[in-house]
Design a protein around this ligand. Sequence first.
Ligand code: PEP
Ligand code: MN
Length: 358
Amino acid sequence: MFNDLQPITFPGVDPDQPLVIAGPCSAESEEQLLDTARQLAANGVKIFRAGIWKPRTKPGGFEGVGLKGLLWMQQVKKETGMYTATEVATHEHVNAALDAGIDLLWIGARTAANPFAMQDIADALRGHEDVPVLVKNPVNPDLELWIGGIQRIYNAGIRKLGAIHRGFSAYGKHLYRNEPQWHIPVELHRRIPNITIVCDPSHMGGRRELISPISQQSLDMGVDGLMIECHCDPDKALSDNNQQLTPDNLNIILNALVVRDTHVSTENLSTLRQHIDRCDNELLEILAKRMRIAKEIGTYKKEHNMQIVQAARYDEIMKRRVKQAESLGLNPEFMKEVMQAIHEESVNLQLSLFEGKK
Ligand code: PEP
Ligand code: MN
């Protein structure tokens, strides 16, 4: 499965440069769409995005202009020659978008979290194997759900299939609107090595100032492209106004991005990687040793009818190691998480001993 995925490329779009998809969060009026599109095209953007049907969390918000927006998209394509992209959430959306000649479809984060909706879209895509489709990550950090959604589209015959990393929602206020949780797209890439991955810094950052740093970071992480929201008058946008850029600001940001060369010699890197591999080996051996000792302690506790977790001891370990981490130049928060995970595994081992499993 997935071995025969194809890259998402378009005639006239340089396949050696990051794929750039830009345009407003939503199509609002014909003037707004064309004004934005003309400016983007003049700056060399080749793929134009706009939401026609907007999934909003709260009812009463702007829910998109619907079908008439597709006519404006046709106008954009005719006038600027840009390829067009929109979000689909139902089979009706797929049919209408394809009938209107939309060149690329994407599936939003709320839809990607719903297997019924994904299947509905997949069924509508059957027979349209040439259409490129991008699947955003589900709102919740669940890689299996993301891969499951991608698989449904793959099973419908789509091979120009990619993923959009737009971050994951978290409870409470954070720097990012949606947390990057880079380990998830990294694992997606490991599981499906030839999948195109596009980053959406707009929905990830939620704020204009974050678009540039997130875009650079995502390129450094090896993504294949960027989807960025742009509006001719961002402050007046009917949706996501805080995160949209003017086409000119997008241009400045894109021009400043450093695209890493994947072809440079990796000789020095390979020596460093050998060091890393040795460190990982040592780490694993030490961890295995620690777990063996934890088991011995568990046996002792069982024989002496003692409780598994002694809160004071746990507290002492945590405080001591976090402090030590700091003096070694390690991030104490990171160390806290590592120690918590190690301690949790030790407790689990001891618990299964108590239950007589091991
Ligand atoms: C969008 O791209 O405008 C959108 C609704 O994004 P997401 O599905 O990532 O929230
Ligand atoms: Mn948006």
